[in-house]
Design a protein around this ligand. Structure first.
Ligand code: PAF
Length: 278
């Protein structure tokens, strides 16, 4: 695996990687890699001849008072995992090169960005859309892969890529969970053992709610009960718990078409998000 930092090296390295007409998949990450990221790399390998990954803790997608400073950084370990997973190229952009002095242009995606995490974390999706646009323009992959765990992020990226004609196919990869059901996340390391145990109420609540909705129970009642269960388990703040249209992320008060149950809630100091198909 070739590793580069300087953006100026990227064109020549990409020419070499794509030599002979090889197709290229991109896996953008913020590092602190786990089995969920490795599932992205595995899917990338199945879909393209060569795989590039990026690690960049993007300051633009963190709000004031969020965890930018304490976000886990473990570059050497991440690089070893990517290499072992068969990644061909790792690019570690520098903030100064992605956001040069005087940087003033951002990408904001109306509609699908606005509710849920968009409301709870103002500016977050503009930060995500901007950095993903920049990475896609710099690497020009044939396909780019993102986890379904960040379901709204995936919808925002799909919308942006379609609207701006950025080119690559966007592939969502199903969430990877621990054996007990907790969705893997780089932020799970913030949880104490006790919080981690109580946090299982989140995937369980989503699962139970999906079953109740499938069984024909009233959506609002099911969501109210799930919210109570989360509070009982110790989630102090629930940003949202909703049944939404899987493409537009608009809320649904009755089952219709392709649906997703989505939730964001905080236990201790850790904000967790999760979602499941219904
Ligand atoms: O999902 C993430 O890790 C980040 O939001 C992404 C897509 C790499 C953009 O910084």
């Amino acid at each position: 695996m070739q590793t580069i930092r300087d953006m100026a090296d990227l064109p020549a390295v990409l020419r070499a990687v794509r030599g002979g007409g090889a197709t290229l998949a991109l896996v953008p990450t913020m590092g602190a890699l786990h089995a969920g990221h490795m599932a992205l790399v595995a899917e990338a390998r199945a879909r393209a001849d060569k795989v590039a990954a990026t690690i960049f803790v993007n300051p633009l997608q963190f709000g004031a008072g969020e965890d930018l400073g304490r976000y886990p950084r473990q570059e050497a370990e991440d690089a070893a995992m990517l290499e072992a997973a068969g990644c061909d190229l790792l690019w570690l952009p520098t903030p100064g090169q992605l956001y040069p002095h005087g940087f003033a242009t951002t990408v904001s995606v109306a509609g699908v960005s606005e509710r849920w995490d968009g409301a709870a974390r103002p500016g977050h999706f503009a930060g995500v859309a901007t950095v993903v646009a920049k990475l896609l323009l710099a690497v020009r992959p044939d396909v780019a892969l993102f986890g379904e765990k960040d379901f709204q992020q995936l919808a925002v990226i799909r919308r942006m890529v379609a609207d701006l004609g950025l080119g690559p196919e966007i592939v969502g990869v199903p969430t990877v969970r621990d054996v007990d059901g907790l969705a893997l996340s780089s932020r799970n390391i913030y949880l104490t053992a006790e919080e981690r145990h109580r946090a299982l109420a989140l995937p369980r609540g989503l699962q139970d709610s999906a079953e109740a909705i499938r069984a024909g129970q009233h959506v609002a009642t099911v969501l109210d009960q799930a919210e109570l269960a989360l509070r009982d388990a110790g989630f102090e703040r629930i940003d949202y718990l909703a049944l939404v249209d899987a493409a537009t992320l608009e809320p649904l008060n009755a089952p219709a078409g392709e649906m997703r149950l989505i939730a964001a809630a905080t236990i201790g100091t850790t904000r967790l998000i999760d979602n499941i198909p219904v």
